[in-house]
Design a protein around this ligand. Structure first.
Ligand code: TYD
Length: 209
């Protein structure tokens, strides 16, 4: 029950960042925000290894990676998945969906005041996305490096954006930028039942502690 309350508190705090006003107005707005994203957001705190980020670089650290609509249209999904598999990370969740605007606005709530925000939301909602959760040692930070700079013009060759894209408005892939961000985004896009705990048989070949 305590864990479930933590989940609710976290959900409502997402709404609070977006909205201001009297405490009563905030409460109503937060209830509306909760109702609208509820199908996407269930109690992922329940379960032994749901997020398992036992400190930075934990073995069961998880991150959210999404192939954006341009990546799906250009049939890059397989190549992007292959990079994470080859690197040694473990896929624990994957789905394809056309994201509703409410979900996208929650995902990008930090950018809502930016001039590019409306076109970003239009583009992200323009076609299907492939959203994934990857697990492994230091996966948040390593996957940001694998993805490359936000602006593909500055992303080094060898990174996903550096190899597959040329302009910031169509940069193929999303990766969570911090442990907190990863946790928030995984909870937003997946419910617990959609994530699978499993053991890699080659685990001892990818790290030793
Ligand atoms: P941001 O979260 O800053 O970058 P990242 O995806 O690398 O974490 O921005 C989110 C997305 O917004 C970014 O991937 C592409 C888009 N964007 C623009 O279209 N124009 C811009 O000037 C910026 C900064 C981002």
């Amino acid at each position: 029950m305590v864990l479930f309350q933590r989940c609710l508190t976290r959900t409502f705090s997402l709404g609070q960042r977006k909205l201001s006003g009297s405490p009563q107005q905030e409460k109503v707005a937060n209830m509306q925000a909760w109702a609208s994203i509820r199908p996407h957001y269930q109690s992922c705190w329940v379960g032994a290894r749901s997020y398992g980020t036992e400190g930075a670089g934990g073995l069961s650290e998880r991150t959210l990676i999404a192939v954006k609509p341009d990546g799906v249209q250009r049939r890059l999904v397989g190549q992007i998945i292959q990079r994470f598999e080859k690197r040694g990370f473990k896929l624990v969740g994957l789905k394809m969906l056309k994201a509703p605007e409410e979900l996208l606005s929650q995902h990008y709530h930090d950018l809502s005041k930016k001039p590019f925000y409306p076109s970003l939301l239009r583009y992200m909602g323009s076609g299907p996305l492939v959203v994934m959760v990857w697990e492994g040692y230091n996966v948040v930070s390593t996957s940001r490096k694998m993805v490359g700079d936000t602006n593909p013009a500055e992303a080094p060759p060898g990174s996903i954006r550096g190899d597959f894209s040329i302009h910031i408005s169509r940069n193929v892939v999303h990766a969570s930028d911090s442990l907190d961000g990863a946790q928030r985004e995984i909870q937003l896009w997946f419910n617990c039942k959609e994530l699978t705990d499993w053991d890699c048989h080659d685990q001892s070949s990818t790290f030793h502690l």
